[in-house]
Design a protein around this ligand. Structure first.
Ligand SMILES: *[C@@H]1O[C@H](CO)[C@@H](O)[C@H](O)[C@H]1NC(C)=O
Ligand SMILES: *[C@@H]1O[C@H](CO)[C@@H](O)[C@H](O)[C@H]1NC(C)=O
Ligand SMILES: *[C@@H]1O[C@H](CO)[C@@H](O)[C@H](O)[C@H]1NC(C)=O
Ligand SMILES: *[C@@H]1O[C@H](CO)[C@@H](O)[C@H](O)[C@H]1NC(C)=O
Ligand SMILES: *[C@@H]1O[C@H](CO)[C@@H](O)[C@H](O)[C@H]1NC(C)=O
Ligand SMILES: *[C@@H]1O[C@H](CO)[C@@H](O)[C@H](O)[C@H]1NC(C)=O
Ligand SMILES: *[C@@H]1O[C@H](CO)[C@@H](O)[C@H](O)[C@H]1NC(C)=O
Ligand SMILES: *[C@@H]1O[C@H](CO)[C@@H](O)[C@H](O)[C@H]1NC(C)=O
Length: 834
C-alpha cells in the first residue's frame, strides 16, 4: 500500500513541477497543444515533436524556452483560438493574418499577453466584439484587426495602448470612444501615427479625438459604411470636421470621405503643411471651398460630392505645382475652366464633372505631359480649343459644345473607355507555355509554379495614372528585392480601384527554387507584408495585404488535406521496434505462426450457426483475448494508414485510430522499421497484455504480424494522455479528478505488482503512459518495457536498464536491480517534461 500512496501524492504535484528535459516551458507547450486542438492545417512540423522551441516548429520562435513569436500568416489554419493562448505570457508577436477560415471570437485571455507588441489578425473571419481586455496589452505598438467579421463597438480601453503606432480596425459600429474622467478614449493615443478605420459603421462625431500632441501620419477614416451621424441635440453643431485636426501638422494623408460630415471645412486645415493626400469626398460639407494654398506638398485632392457654395475654381489650385489629381465633381463650380490648370507639371487627372463651367474650354499650350484624363461631363461649355494631337481621355459629353454640328462627331463627345491597364511584366516572352489551373507562369524563368498570391490594397494613392507603368515596375522590383525573392519572380496584375477608392493589385510571388514555397517562407513573406515591414515605393501610401490560401507547401506531404485536430487522442505512448536479429525473428515468427494457425482456425467462424438461429439473442458471444488481425483488415480500418487517422507517434513508430468492421474504435500501434526495441518486446507485450485485465489498464485487443509489420491493437481510450490533459486543460482538470486519476493509476500499478501472475513491473511510468477515458478514468498503458518478476533473487531481477531517461528510478539505474518500488515514480519522473 506504500506503493499506492506515494504515486497518489506525486500525481497531485504533477502539474506544478518544472520542466525536465525539453527546451520549451511546459506552460507554453500546453498552450500550443491546446491551440492545435482547435485548429486544422497547422504545419506538420508541429506534429513531429512536443518541443516547439527545441524542434523549431514552423512559425514559432522562442527565447529561453518561452514562445515569443507566432508568425502563421496564410497557412490555411482553420478553427478557433483556444483561450489557452493567454498562457503564452512571453509572447511578443502574434500574426495569424490571411487565414480566412479562422473564426469564432477572440478570447478575452488575449489580454494576458502582457508582452505583446504586435497583433495582426487581418484577413481572418473572427466574429464577435473586440475584447476590451486588449487594453491590457500596454506594450502593443501594432494592432491590425481589419478584414474580419468583428462587430460591436471600439472598446474605450484601446485608448490605454499608449505605445500604439499602428491602429487598424474594421467593421465596427458605435462612436469612436473619447476619454472622459471615468473612461479612456482614442484621443489618448498621441503617439499613434496611423489611424485606419475602414468599412466601419461608426456613428457620432470626431469632436475631442485630436490633440496637438498627436503624431498622426495617416488618418484614414473612410468608406461608404462609415457614417458620422449628425446629432441634433441642444443646437450643438456636431458632425463637422473638428478644427483641432489642424493642429496635427505632421499629418500626411487624411481621408474622411464617404461620411456625413457637415458644416464648413475649418480654416485650420491649412496648417497641415505636410499633407500629401486629402479626401473629403461624399460628405455634406458646405460654406466656401477651403483655401488650401499653404499645402504645398499636396498631390491628390478630392472634394467631390459636397455642398459647397457656388464659386469659380479657386485660384490657389493653380499654385499647387505638386498636384497629380484633382477631383471636384459636383462642386458647384462655374465660369471658365482656367487654361493654367492643365499646365500643372505633374497633373495626371482632372475631374470636374457635374459643375456649371461655361464659356470656352482652352486646352492649348504647354499642357502636362502626364495628363491622362480630363472629365468635364455635364457642364455648360459651349466651345473647345484642344491642342493638336491630344490623344488622352477628355469627356465633354453633356456640354452644349457637343450639340455643335462640327464638334459633335469628335471622340470627346462620346464616352471613352479608359485605357486598359497593362500588366507590369510581360510574360509574352515565355511564348505559349501554359500551366495547370492552380499554377502560374513565373516570369523569372518562364516555368510553372505555385505562386504565393494575394491582394495588396493601397488605401490612398497619391497618383492617378494607372497606365503609367513606372510606378508599378517600381512596386514589382521593390517586392522581390525587399522580400528576398529571385529577381523577376513577382507578377502584378488586375490593377484597379475598388468602390472605396482603394487601389487593389493582385500579386503573385514565385519560389526561388522548386515549384512551391515551404511553410516558413510563406509565413515569413506574409508576416513582412502584413506588418508593413515591406515598404512600397512613394506614392502608394499605406496598404494592407490579404493573401489567398496557399495550399501547395513544399515538404508538407499532405498539403491541402485537412489534418486531424488531435481532439481526441487515444494515447499509446510506448516504444516498440523492429530491429530483428535473424534468430529472434525466427523464434518469434514460429511462435506467431503457431498462434496464427490457432487463430485462423478459430476464425473459420465457430459461431456461424449462432446468429442464424438466435437473431434475437444479440449475435455470437464476444470473447475477450488478443486476436490476430490480418494486415489488410487493419489497412482498411485505418484507411491505408491515412495521416489523418494518426493519433500519436514516438520512437517506435506511429499510432493510428481505426474503426473495426463491427464499429469498435481501436488504437493501432504500428512499429517502424529501425525502431530501437525489437521483436522480443513485441512478443513480451502481447503475452503480458493479453493476460491482464483491469479497468485501470489499457487492454490489448489483438495484434498483427504479417508482411513485415508488427502492430498491436489496443482499445481506444478517447481522452488522450494524462500529460496532454494536464497541459491542455490545466485548471479545468480539477483536484477531485486529479485525485481520482492518481488513485486509478495506482490501482492499475498495484494490480500489476500484486495480483498479476507472474507480477509485472511496468518500468516506464510517466504521464504520457497514463491514458484517460471519457470519464477521466485512468488507464495505464505501455507494457512494452514490462518485465515479469521472476522468482529469482528475492523479488528483484537484474536486467539491462530500460525505460525513459529522466523518468527512471535512480536506485534501479544505479543498481540495475528492478523491484516494484521502481514503479513508484520519482519526482523527476512526474515532472512535466517533453
Ligand atoms: C483654429 O483656427 C481658429 C481661427 O484661426 C482659431 O481661433 C482656433 O483657436 C484654432 N483652433 C485650433 C484647435 O487650432
Ligand atoms: C459622387 O456622386 C456621384 C453621383 O451620385 C457618384 O456616381 C460618385 O460615385 C460620387 N463620388 C464619390 C467619390 O463618392
Ligand atoms: C512646358 O512645361 C515643362 C514642365 O513644366 C517645362 O519644362 C517646359 O519648359 C514648358 N515649355 C514651354 C514651352 O513653356
Ligand atoms: C458663365 O456663368 C456665369 C454665372 O452663371 C455668368 O456670369 C457668365 O457670364 C457666364 N460666362 C459665359 C462666357 O457664358
Ligand atoms: C486655339 O488656341 C490657339 C492657341 O492658343 C489659337 O492660336 C487659336 O486661334 C485658337 N483657336 C480658336 C478657334 O479659338
Ligand atoms: C499619344 O501621343 C504621344 C505623342 O504624340 C505618343 O507618344 C503616344 O504613344 C500616344 N498615345 C496613345 C495612347 O496613342
Ligand atoms: C494580366 O495578367 C492576368 C493574369 O495572368 C491575365 O488574366 C490578363 O489577361 C493580363 N492582362 C493583360 C492586359 O495582359
Ligand atoms: C524553406 O525554403 C527556404 C528557401 O528555399 C530555405 O532556405 C529553408 O531552409 C526552407 N526551410 C525549411 C524548413 O525547409
Amino acid at each position: 500500500m506504500k506503493a499506492l500512496s506515494i504515486p497518489v501524492l506525486l500525481v497531485i504535484f504533477w502539474a506544478s513541477l518544472p520542466a525536465g528535459f525539453c527546451d520549451t516551458d511546459p506552460q507554453d507547450v500546453a498552450a500550443l497543444q491546446s491551440l492545435m486542438r482547435g485548429w486544422q492545417n497547422f504545419p506538420s512540423s508541429w506534429k513531429a515533436s512536443n518541443d516547439p522551441c527545441g524542434a523549431q516548429w514552423d512559425g514559432i520562435t522562442c527565447n529561453n524556452g518561452r514562445v515569443t513569436s507566432m508568425r502563421l500568416s496564410s497557412i490555411n489554419l482553420e478553427g478557433t483560438i483556444s483561450s489557452s493562448i493567454g498562457q503564452l505570457s512571453e509572447l511578443v508577436y502574434l500574426d495569424l493574418s490571411s487565414n480566412s477560415r479562422l473564426s469564432g471570437p477572440l478570447p478575452t485571455s488575449i489580454g494576458n499577453l502582457k508582452q505583446l507588441t504586435t497583433l495582426i489578425l487581418v484577413g481572418c473571419s473572427f466574429t464577435g466584439g473586440i475584447p476590451q481586455e486588449l487594453g491590457n496589452l500596454v506594450q502593443l505598438s501594432f494592432l491590425a484587426l481589419n478584414s474580419n467579421k468583428f462587430t460591436g463597438r471600439i472598446p474605450a480601453s484601446i485608448g490605454l495602448l499608449t505605445n500604439l503606432f499602428w491602429l487598424d480596425l474594421a467593421q465596427l459600429s458605435g462612436p469612436i470612444p473619447i476619454s472622459s474622467t471615468t473612461s479612456p478614449g482614442l484621443d489618448l493615443l498621441i503617439h499613434t501615427k496611423h489611424f485606419h478605420f475602414n468599412k466601419n459603421q461608426l456613428t457620432g462625431t470626431l469632436n475631442g479625438l485630436f490633440s496637438s500632441s498627436m503624431r498622426l501620419e495617416h488618418m484614414i477614416i473612410v468608406t461608404t459604411l462609415f457614417t458620422f451621424i449628425r446629432l441634433f441635440d441642444n443646437n450643438q453643431l456636431s458632425g463637422s470636421i473638428p478644427a483641432e485636426l489642424g493642429s496635427i501638422t505632421s499629418l500626411q494623408i487624411i481621408r474622411l470621405d464617404r461620411n456625413r460630415f457637415t458644416g464648413a471645412v475649418p480654416t485650420n486645415i491649412s496648417n497641415l503643411v505636410n499633407l500629401n493626400g486629402l479626401n473629403f469626398a461624399d460628405n455634406q460639407l458646405s460654406g466656401t471651398m477651403p483655401d488650401l494654398s499653404a499645402l504645398t506638398k499636396l498631390n491628390a485632392i478630392d472634394l467631390s460630392n459636397n455642398s459647397f457654395d457656388p464659386s469659380v475654381l479657386p485660384a490657389w489650385f493653380l499654385e499647387l505645382k505638386t498636384l497629380t489629381s484633382i477631383d471636384i465633381a459636383s462642386g458647384g463650380l462655374y465660369g471658365q475652366v482656367p487654361n493654367r490648370i492643365f499646365t500643372l507639371p505633374e497633373l495626371q487627372q482632372v475631374i470636374l464633372s457635374n459643375n456649371a463651367f461655361n464659356g470656352t474650354l482652352d486646352m492649348t499650350g504647354n499642357i502636362s505631359q502626364h495628363l491622362q484624363r480630363v472629365n468635364l461631363l455635364n457642364n455648360r461649355i459651349v466651345e473647345a480649343n484642344i491642342t493638336q494631337g491630344y490623344n488622352r481621355t477628355l469627356v465633354l459629353v453633356g456640354n452644349p459644345v457637343c450639340l455643335d454640328s462640327e464638334f459633335s462627331s469628335s471622340r470627346f463627345c462620346s464616352i471613352q473607355q479608359d485605357s486598359i491597364i497593362p500588366n507590369v511584366t510581360s510574360i509574352t516572352k515565355c511564348g505559349s507555355t501554359s500551366c495547370s489551373s492552380d499554377q502560374s507562369l513565373n516570369p523569372a524563368n518562364c516555368g510553372c509554379a505555385y505562386p504565393y498570391m494575394g491582394t495588396i490594397f493601397f488605401r490612398s494613392l497619391l497618383f492617378a495614372d494607372l497606365t503609367n507603368n513606372e510606378h508599378f515596375q517600381q512596386l514589382e522590383t521593390g517586392l522581390w528585392t525587399e522580400l528576398g525573392l529571385q529577381a523577376g519572380s513577382v507578377f502584378l496584375s488586375d490593377i484597379s480601384f475598388t468602390s472605396d477608392d482603394y487601389l487593389q493589385v493582385k500579386v503573385r510571388m514565385f519560389p526561388s527554387t522548386g515549384t512551391s514555397f515551404n511553410v516558413s517562407e510563406v509565413t515569413r513573406i506574409g508576416s513582412e507584408l502584413s506588418s508593413q515591414a515591406y515598404k512600397p515605393p512613394p506614392g502608394f501610401g499605406p496598404y494592407f495585404f490579404v493573401a489567398d490560401p496557399y495550399a501547395h507547401f513544399a515538404g508538407e506531404d499532405d498539403s491541402g488535406k485537412p489534418k486531424i485536430s488531435t481532439g481526441a487522442v487515444a494515447g499509446i505512448a510506448v516504444a516498440c521496434g523492429l530491429v530483428l536479429t535473424a534468430l529472434t525473428s525466427w523464434a518469434i515468427f514460429s511462435f506467431l505462426q503457431k498462434r496464427r494457425t490457432e487463430e485462423l482456425s478459430g476464425q473459420t467462424n465457430p459461431f456461424a450457426s449462432w446468429g442464424i438461429a438466435q437473431k434475437d439473442r444479440g449475435g455470437a458471444p464476444q470473447l475477450k483475448g488478443a486476436r490476430l488481425f490480418s494486415f489488410d483488415e487493419l489497412n482498411t480500418c485505418t484507411n491505408n494508414f491515412a495521416e489523418n487517422n494518426e493519433i500519436g507517434s514516438g520512437g517506435y513508430g506511429k499510432v493510428y485510430k481505426g474503426i473495426l468492421a463491427d464499429g469498435t474504435s481501436v488504437a493501432i500501434k504500428r512499429a517502424e522499421y529501425g525502431s530501437k526495441q525489437g521483436a522480443l518486446e513485441f512478443k513480451n507485450e502481447i503475452e503480458l497484455l493479453s493476460r491482464v485485465h483491469h479497468k485501470n489498464l489499457v487492454s490489448l485487443i489483438g495484434f498483427c504480424y504479417e508482411q513485415g509489420e508488427q502492430m498491436l491493437v489496443y482499445e481506444y481510450v478517447s481522452n488522450g494522455t494524462l500529460r496532454q490533459n494536464l497541459q491542455a486543460r490545466g485548471i479545468y482538470l480539477d483536484w477531485k479528478k486529479r485525485l481520482r486519476i492518481a488513485l486509478g493509476s495506482a490501482r492499475g500499478l498495484a494490480y500489476l505488482h500484486e495480483l498479476a501472475n507472474p507480477p509485472i513491473i511496468h518500468r516506464d511510468v510517466k504521464s504520457t503512459n497514463i491514458l484517460l477515458d471519457d470519464n477521466f478514468k485512468a488507464k495505464v498503458a505501455d507494457f512494452g518495457l514490462s518485465k515479469l518478476v521472476a522468482d529469482t533473487e528475492k523479488g528483484h531481477v537484474s536486467t539491462q536498464v530500460k525505460g525513459t531517461l529522466g523518468y527512471l528510478d535512480p536506485e534501479y539505474y544505479m543498481t540495475q536491480q528492478l523491484s516494484e518500488k521502481s514503479d513508484v515514480p520519482t519526482c523527476t519522473a512526474l515532472a512535466l517534461s517533453c
